[in-house]
Design a protein around this ligand. Sequence first.
Ligand code: MG
Length: 205
Amino acid sequence: MDSQLLAVARACKGYLDEAEGLRLYELAREYGRRGPVVEIGSYCGKSSVYLGAGAQAARGMLVCVDHHRGSEEHQPGEQYHDPELFDADAGRMDTLRELRKTLRLAGLEDTAALLVTSSVSAARLWSTPLGMVFIDGGHSFPAAHADYDSWHGKLAQGGVLAIHDLFPNPAEGGQAPIEIYRKAIASGLFEQLPTTKTLGVLRRK
Ligand code: MG
């Protein structure tokens, strides 16, 4: 991956490990040829840079789906709240400005299309078969299931589904992402590809 883009990704706020980011880049570069790459939960754009760099190399597109009002864990008083991302006028979180800055610095404004709405609403508008879906949205059980239920059927045959924050040990993290990962495997629709740290990867049969 281009060193300047990697520097932008490293400097961006977010919770993605670099090895996981580089795996996303490789996946987007390979599967972004088959159809658009959709990211659920962009936050400030750290994963968007890796995915966008891969999609750009594949001459494909990245679609960043996020309402930009923060997930449950980003709200004031919660564990991952960042006061710099709070819009006092609106009285709500606003990560859209930060995402646009990240994409501008990365030179990815022509590769990434932003869908500023909830994942469920975005899915209702979407019909183009996808090369890749990356789920890293809300980490509550209802949010994670809604993301999986809304998007997995939109993958093209042979496309990949990546899910972030898999923690087999409940003491290490929330269980919603791994629950939808297991649900996907149990559906029989996917074959497992190797996992990178907490990033699970499944290919649509
Ligand atoms: Mg995550």
